[in-house]
Design a protein around this ligand. Structure first.
Ligand code: AN7
Length: 365
């Protein structure tokens, strides 16, 4: 007898999976591309390096390759529910890619404002592929967000940046997933910080799980900014933010106050990481764990290594690192050596003997 097929079903996206924990009813016109349900991957190499029990929440596995999809399904669904014809956002890249995809699915127009020359090629390609009205603004992300807010206030366009609470609501589901997989909240949650919307969202998700009795603790929320773009750490706006981690090149975070409140609630921490440490962590995650992320995401790994070296992470503590965006969005960093030189792949002819020699193989006896 052939074995019975195990019952299986497709993940239905965060609005349907967590309908009972979101402002969603049977009448809600749900716009979903199947986001969420991303893997929480044990990372023995990082556990070995730090003595903690480390897991990586790989948000690059979302439909457009970043965590933004969790918030965008909610924001675009609500835009549709309110009868909006068009959505608008400012973006360092991932929000524009996500807004463009979800707006297309919903039959809405997406206008996206990005800082000229400062977003990764993959993200630019996504927004264009999905038919967004993409404008490259001669300014930085903070200028773009100011304009997007102003246009949404005075014109019939629905703002889908994370200043829209619907985005935070959708993104909190990542914390729900972590608690379900671990059976409790972790001791520490590490996360990259740009506008601090995701830091805020995770804190809200973990807080709701604690209140509902699904977990026994609130993780300490550890957020990281790039050193050249670290307004929350410095305590003041950074006028001309600079980092190779273009996703988090943000000098005036939209959720600044919420993030400070979240840090106080969780006995958390904000730290700054230099670009060379971000790239080192990017290499470690690629080579030792097998997870390919964009540079901004690697800051979670860099933050853990730095805090562990400082003796701030107890042995055996459960640590979740959220890595927010896929490496394929901004792949050229992988083609650079640690010394900054270009990686040059070895060329060979169509010759098995030569190739075996180059690979260092000796014939099996
Ligand atoms: C990969 O796309 O702000 O602290 O406009 O793309 O919630 O802002 C992206 C942010 C981390 C920071 N990692 O999250 C945008 C944008 C990646 C990101 C962040 C972003 P927030």
């Amino acid at each position: 007898m052939p074995e019975a097929k195990p019952t299986s079903r497709q993940w239905r996206g965060v609005l349907r999976e967590y309908a009972h924990r979101l402002d969603v009813t049977d009448a809600t016109p749900i716009v979903t591309l199947g986001e969420g349900g991303t893997p929480l991957i044990p990372a023995p190499a990082l556990s070995h390096r730090t003595g903690a029990d480390v897991y990586v929440k790989f948000e690059g596995m979302n439909p457009t390759g970043s965590f933004k999809d969790r918030g965008m399904t909610m924001a675009v669904t609500k835009a549709k529910e309110h009868g909006a014809q068009a959505v608008i956002c400012a973006s360092t890249g991932n929000t524009s890619a996500s807004a463009a995809a979800y707006a297309t699915y919903a039959g809405l127009t997406a206008a996206v404002l990005v800082p000229d020359g400062k977003i990764a090629m993959g993200k630019l390609a996504q927004a264009i592929a999905h038919g967004a009205q993409l404008l490259q603004v001669n300014g930085n992300f903070d200028d773009c967000l100011d304009i997007a807010r102003e246009l949404a206030a005075h014109y019939p366009v629905h703002l889908v940046n994370s200043v829209n609470n619907d985005r935070i609501e959708g993104q909190k589901t990542a914390a729900f997933e972590v608690v379900e997989v671990l059976g409790d909240a972790p001791d520490f949650q590490f996360i990259p910080v740009g506008n601090a919307g995701n830091y805020t969202a995770y804190t809200r998700g973990y807080s709701e799980d604690l209140a509902a009795g699904n977990s026994t603790k609130l993780p300490r929320m550890f957020g990281f900014q790039a050193s050249g773009s670290a307004p929350i750490v410095l305590g003041h706006v950074v006028k001309d933010p600079d980092t190779i981690a273009s996703a988090i090149r943000i000098g005036n975070p939209a959720s600044w106050e919420l993030a400070i409140a979240a840090r106080e609630l969780s006995n958390g921490y904000f730290g700054a990481i230099d670009d060379d440490k971000i790239l080192e962590a990017h290499r470690i995650l690629s080579r030792e764990v097998g997870i390919f992320v964009e540079p901004a995401s690697a800051i979670s790994v860099a933050g853990l290594l730095e805090r562990a070296a400082a003796g701030e992470i107890p042995k055996g503590a459960t640590v979740v690192l959220t890595v927010t965006g896929h490496g394929l969005k901004d792949p050229h960093w992988a083609l650079r050596n640690a010394d900054g030189s270009d990686v040059v792949p070895t060329k060979v002819s169509v010759d098995p003997v030569e190739i075996a020699r180059v690979l260092g193989l000796t014939p099996s006896s």
